[in-house]
Design a protein around this ligand. Structure first.
Ligand code: AKB
Length: 315
């Protein structure tokens, strides 16, 4: 990777990935793009292109002008917001990906595509979810993710594009707020714990889901994209997880640091139905074997770091 385009660079993953890649590859070699101007200080000082991934010509121009060799394609609508605007979700998530793959095909770029636990559905084994298993998602977000996995496989097989991807679990970040996902509670809870010592959770106490702290999520993407291609038999859509917990278990971990913290539950039926259709705990042994996936943060380490970082941010 020498010249890297990031789409969706102002989003939850993109804004942190851009910072890490700039440190590793040099600020001028990372072309951040997004459909809104960055409010994040680190992004403002380096190349940024306003870009809607549905505009194929504009996207292609950015790739060509900057002689990009790698695209981290992160622009997408998340699960809850996609359920509110399904046609727009299809347009952004699918046509955006197709435009990226076409540009990658023309300009010989490698492509990173983030899939999700959302690519699974209620018929998938919820525990120890295999790498290769039944995928019949019931959300428009999940349908775009499983279609995206297949499209990336197709572009590799048919046109030789070096496509690679991960099935991310819920992502937890101290730097950027998520935007419209069904696992957003796992970020909101920290701000509520530090400011009000109370959180009203929109998922039920026993909704168990895979999760990952953002430094591990960034590390996973970069490690996969720099892995020896000959070792990858799955390429796209590797299951990756770092921890798996319920809202009640996360609250108990926070209470170890803030003893008077309390949690109550007012269920949002839309987000609950989405989360209930997802696996509880994925098997990520293919990622561990094929490219050495190894998370650094478990639940306790993540909670300690989140509380510390957000406390500083709130000062
Ligand atoms: C979402 O809820 O959309 C994401 C995800 C798990 O893919 N957090």
């Amino acid at each position: 990777m020498k010249k890297i385009l990031i789409t969706g660079a102002t989003g939850q993953i993109g804004s942190e990935l851009a910072q890490v890649l700039r440190q590793q590859y040099g600020a001028d070699n990372i072309i951040a793009s997004g459909n809104r101007q960055p409010s994040n200080g680190a992004l403002e000082s380096a190349p940024f292109y306003p870009l809607d991934v549905r505009d194929a010509a504009a996207l292609d121009r950015v790739v060509e002008e900057n002689r990009c060799d790698t695209i981290f394609h992160l622009a997408a609508l998340l699960s809850a917001v996609a359920e509110e605007r399904p046609q727009e979700a299809w347009d952004i998530n699918m046509n955006g990906l197709l435009n990226v793959l076409e540009s990658a095909r023309k300009h010989q770029c490698a492509v990173f595509f983030p899939s999700s636990i959302g690519a699974f559905g209620p018929g998938t084994p919820a525990d120890d979810t295999p790498q290769d298993t039944l995928q019949r998602p019931t959300t428009i977000y999940g349908i775009t993710k499983v279609s995206g996995e297949l499209l990336c496989d197709y572009y590799h097989r048919r046109f030789g594009v070096d496509t690679r991807g991960l099935r991310y679990p819920g992502l937890i970040s101290s730097k950027t707020l998520p935007g419209g996902g069904s696992t957003d509670y796992a970020v909101e809870i920290f701000y509520a714990a530090l400011t009000r010592h109370h959180y009203e959770c929109f998922l039920s106490a026993d909704t168990q889901l895979d999760m990952m702290y953002m430094p591990d999520a960034i590390d996973a993407a970069i490690t996969l994209m720099t892995a020896d291609a000959s070792r990858l038999s799955h390429r796209n859509a590797f299951n990756v997880t770092a921890m798996s917990f319920t809202p009640a278990e996360l609250a108990a971990e926070i209470q170890k640091h803030i003893p008077d913290f309390t949690i109550t539950y007012t269920i949002d039926p839309v987000r609950q139905a989405i989360a209930s259709s997802w696996p509880r705990h994925m098997n990520d042994s293919a990622a561990r074997v094929e490219w050495g996936w190894q998370p650094r943060f478990d639940r306790a380490a993540m909670v300690e770091d989140m509380l510390q970082k957000i406390a500083v941010k709130l000062q």
